[in-house]
Ligand binder design. Structure first.
Ligand SMILES: C[S@@+](CC[C@H](N)C(=O)[O-])C[C@H]1O[C@@H](n2cnc3c(N)ncnc32)[C@H](O)[C@@H]1O
Length: 308
C-alpha cells in the first residue's frame, strides 16, 4: 500500500501537506463515503492562530461546504469538537455554533443530524472556577434519508446478557441480541494523555477508537474516508486498519511525518494502540494509589470512604 502526497481517486492513502480546502477541491463530487474530522478549536494551540469567532466560522463554512459536496448520498459527515473559551473566560461549545452551518444544507442536500455523540473521558485540566471539562461531542450528519449504518460492526457487550424474556412468545428465551448492544450516544473512551499507548507529539490527537467506531459503522471496505484536519493521522490509521481508502490534509509537515510512520506501522501490523473495545481501566481497591492518605478509616462514609 503506497502513501501518496497528491490526491487521485485510485490512491489507497493520500496525505496532503497544505490547506485542506486545496485537497478537498481535488476530490470529485459525491465520491467520498465519509468525512471524519476534528478541526482546530480556535484556542491558540501551536498549530493555529487564534482569530475572531466570526472568522473562525467563516473558514469552517468553506470546509463544510466542500465536505457536503464530496460526500455521496448515503454517506456521512462527523465533526468532533470541544469548546472555544473567549476573552471573558466564557465557554462556547463549538457544536452549537457549527450546527447551523450544516443545517443550511438540510433542504438542498438532505443533510440530517443523526446523533450528537458525547465523548466522555476522565482526565484533563482541573478547573478552579468551573466544573472541569470531561466531555467533547461528535456531530454525525447523514447525507440523505437512506444511509449506511452498520450497527452490528460496533455493538458492545450487554450488562445482563443472561436476561430472559418474561412475557410474550419469547418468554423464557434470552432477550438480548447475541451480537451485543447498541453502544449508545455516550462513548466512554480514554483521551490521549501522556501515558496513553497512542500518544505522539501532537497536543490534541484523539484515540483511534473514536474514528474507528465511526468508520466501521458508516463506511464499507474500499470506501473513501476523508479527514480535512488530519493531525498525526488517527483517522487514516483507523481507515487503513479496516481496509477503507483515506485522504487527509494537514498544514504541518511534522504531524504528517508522524502520520506516515503510524500508517506504515498499521499496514505492517505492528502499530501500538489501545485495543478496540477495551473497558476503561479500573484501579485495584485498597492499593496505595487508591487509598486516601488523609481520611481515617473511622470517619463517616462519604464519597471518599464509600469504596472501602
Ligand atoms: C485538532 S487537530 C486534529 C488531530 C487529529 N484528529 C489527530 O488525532 O491527530 C487539528 C489539526 O488541523 C491542522 N490544521 C489547521 N488548519 C488547517 C488547514 N487549514 N488545513 C489542514 N489542516 C489544518 C492542525 O495542524 C492540526 O493538526
Amino acid at each position: 500500500m503506497k502513501i501518496a502526497q497528491h490526491f487521485r481517486d485510485t490512491n489507497d492513502v493520500t496525505l496532503f501537506r497544505g490547506d485542506c480546502v486545496e485537497l478537498l477541491r481535488k476530490i470529485h463530487d459525491e465520491s467520498a463515503q465519509l468525512v471524519v474530522t476534528s478541526p482546530p478549536y480556535n484556542v491558540g494551540k501551536e498549530y493555529e492562530k487564534e482569530v475572531t469567532i466570526e472568522d473562525y466560522l467563516k473558514f469552517q463554512r468553506v470546509v463544510i461546504e466542500e465536505c457536503v459536496r464530496i460526500v455521496r448520498p448515503g454517506g456521512s459527515i462527523c465533526w468532533q469538537v470541544g469548546n472555544h473559551v473567549n476573552g471573558h473566560g466564557q465557554m462556547i461549545p463549538l457544536d452549537i455554533l457549527l450546527h447551523p452551518l450544516f443545517a443550511e444544507y438540510a433542504s438542498t442536500d438532505v443533510i440530517r443530524l443523526r446523533n450528537r455523540i458525547v465523548w466522555h473521558f476522565e482526565h484533563g485540566l482541573h478547573c478552579k472556577n468551573r466544573f472541569s471539562g470531561r466531555h467533547e461531542t461528535i456531530l454525525w450528519y447523514s447525507k440523505g434519508d437512506k444511509y449506511v449504518f452498520n450497527l452490528d460492526a460496533v455493538r458492545i457487550p450487554q450488562k445482563y446478557p443472561g436476561k430472559l424474556a418474561y412475557k410474550g412468545d419469547r418468554r423464557g428465551q434470552y432477550s438480548c441480541n447475541p451480537l451485543g448492544k447498541n453502544p449508545g450516544d455516550v462513548w466512554i473512551i480514554p483521551n490521549v494523555k501522556n501515558n496513553h499507548v497512542e500518544k505522539t507529539s501532537h497536543p490534541c490527537q484523539f484515540p483511534i477508537e473514536i474514528p474507528e467506531r465511526l468508520i466501521l459503522a458508516l463506511a464499507k471496505e474500499g470506501d473513501l474516508v476523508v479527514d480535512p484536519f488530519l493531525g498525526v493521522g488517527t483517522v487514516a490509521v483507523a481507515a487503513v486498519l479496516h481496509e477503507r481508502r483515506v485522504a487527509g490534509a494537514d498544514i504541518k509537515e511534522k504531524y504528517l511525518a508522524v502520520a506516515r510512520k503510524r500508517i506504515s506501522a498499521a499496514i505492517a501490523g505492528h502499530l501500538k494502540r489501545r485495543p478496540f473495545g477495551q473497558p476503561v481501566y479500573q484501579p485495584k481497591p485498597n492499593s496505595p494509589l487508591t487509598t486516601s492518605p488523609w481520611i481515617a478509616r473511622s470517619q463517616p462514609k462519604s464519597y471518599f470512604t464509600n469504596a472501602r
